[in-house]
Design a binder for this molecule. Structure first.
Ligand code: PXG
Ligand code: PLP
Length: 455
């Protein structure tokens, strides 16, 4: 007998013909409270457009694009067809000293929507891999130009750059760092820009805090620019609770980086592919970094893939020396995997056909902003933040039990048929870019109901 699920859920699942796990023992779940989850599992079975259906056949509105990644909505036909066709045609092609046509095609397509002058695309398989790729690229770039003393990597408090050693080292979420020893040495961090005393309930970009960027000048004074390779920031910090950059902040960072020869890396794993109303946040905020890290929306979440988009001159600096030598000793077995490339091309086609990469700059974003800000004044709410089609609703945590209140709201929403995300005591929203007004109404009213009965 199946002991994995409680009898009621199992019965419901069997009634709709869902495949259900025969055991939950072996799967060690990522970033999950494993024991709690396995007592009351939330299992998804199908998806289409704005919705999931769980194994019991219950419809769930997706207000977080899966995990910030399904920007075109679920199971889009072009993407599905591209994957199916590729799987039947060629399973794998070695990416080292070999290639296949779709890798070139996808790179061209990504470069075409990237900021001008950023025309070189290096593939990885996740945001975390892309982050570590960008950090290594920065180190190697300085070295190949004879500035090999530039080895220090800077990040920012509350930054999330994935979970690999490079990423947690420049990252600034203590829970993701404290367990893992020394990780990569020689990092340092700017302060984060969250300043609720001055900026609570800002609509779009907060007015105050451009001066937080001057922390970079302080770190230059401390370490000397000749020792600093790069600074990496998320244009909008996502995982740490949707922190929108203050007006002028990214511009100031860019100025300081240029002045000191430090590479500026934008981690656009969440902000990339239309989340802010342009293909990349670099374009939305009018600031061109030296490297862009992206993933998630690159393939609409359908096949794992990440990428680093580099300025042409960074790439070109590597193209020296003997032509038979490998210029950048880095890459993954699955860099530019055929299935991921096919999914990426199908994804970019879908975005283009439906103008999704700029949809979050239009009326729907204004409607979304009005919706999330209408939550102000509900129980426990202490701040609301938004930009494009991303929103954060920060709750007062329960004293001594951080994250518990937000997670209880998450569970209530799930019971009501709505998928959101929580980080700390912030509720995060990043719906598929195809969202319509009626969906937004439903998201907001479901959260409102949950807040009004939250402990
Ligand atoms: N950089 C940023 C800015 C991200 O948001 C990564 C890197 C890592 O990507 P991979 O594909 O390795 O997961 C991310 C991923 C959350 C949450 O709770 C966010 C992410 C991943 C998991 C959870 O908000 N973002
Ligand atoms: N570990 C071993 C023993 C390997 O042979 C390889 C790749 O060949 C890796 C790790 C890295 O795997 P990937 O290229 O998928 O990142």
């Amino acid at each position: 007998m199946n002991k994995a699920l409680d009898p009621a859920l199992m019965q419901a699942a069997e009634a709709v013909g869902s495949q259900i796990p025969t055991s939950m023992e072996a799967y060690w779940m990522p970033f999950t409270a494993n024991r709690q989850f396995k007592k009351a599992p939330r299992l998804l079975a199908r998806a289409s457009g704005m919705h999931y259906w769980d194994v019991a056949g219950r419809e769930v509105l997706d207000a977080v694009a899966g995990l910030w990644c399904v920007n075109a909505g679920h199971n889009r036909p072009r993407i599905t067809a591209a994957i199916q066709q590729q799987a039947a045609e060629m399973d794998f092609a070695p990416p080292f000293q070999m290639a296949h046509p779709k890798a070139f095609e996808l790179a061209e397509r990504v470069a075409a929507i990237a900021p001008a002058g950023m025309g070189k695309v290096f593939f990885a398989n996740s945001g975390s891999e892309a982050v570590d790729t960008a950090l290594k690229m920065a180190l190697a770039y300085h070295r190949v130009r004879g500035e090999g003393t530039r080895t220090r990597l800077l990040g920012r408090d509350r930054g999330y750059h994935g979970v690999n050693f490079g990423g947690i080292s420049v990252g600034g979420m203590v829970g993701n760092r404290k367990t893992f020893g020394l990780a990569v040495a020689g990092t340092d961090h700017l302060r984060h820009t969250h300043d609720p005393a001055r900026n609570a309930y800002s609509q779009g970009q907060p007015a105050h805090g451009a001066d937080f960027a001057d922390d970079l000048a302080k770190l230059v004074a401390m370490h000397d620019a000749s020792n600093i390779a790069a600074v990496i920031v998320e244009p909008i910090a996502g995982s740490t609770g949707v922190l929108v950059p203050p007006v002028g902040y990214l511009q100031r960072l860019r100025e300081l980086c240029t002045q000191h020869g430090i590479l500026l890396i934008f981690d656009e794993v969440i902000t990339g592919f239309g989340r802010t109303g342009q293909p990349f946040a670099a374009q939305t905020f009018g600031v061109t970094p030296d490297l862009i890290v992206c993933a998630k929306g690159l393939t609409n979440g359908a096949v794992p893939m990440g990428a680093v988009i580099a300025k042409n001159e960074i790439h070109d600096a590597f193209m020296t020396g003997a032509e038979h030598l490998i210029e950048f000793p880095h890459g993954y077995t699955y860099s530019g995997h055929p299935l991921a490339c096919a999914a990426g091309i199908g994804t970019l086609d879908t975005y283009a056909e439906e103008n999704l990469l700029t949809r979050a700059s239009g009326d729907i974003a204004a409607y979304f902003a009005a919706g999330v800000h209408s939550i102000k004044g509900e129980p426990h709410v202490i701040d609301v933040r938004n930009f494009g089609l991303v929103g954060g609703i920060e709750l007062q945590g329960i004293a001594g039990e951080p994250t518990k209140r937000a997670f209880s709201v998450f569970l209530d929403c799930w019971e009501q048929g709505l998928l959101i995300r929580t980080t700390g005591d912030t509720l995060a929203l990043s719906p598929p870019l195809i969202i319509e007004r009626a969906h937004i109404d439903r998201v907001i009213e479901t959260i409102r109901t949950a807040l009004r009965r939250a402990a």
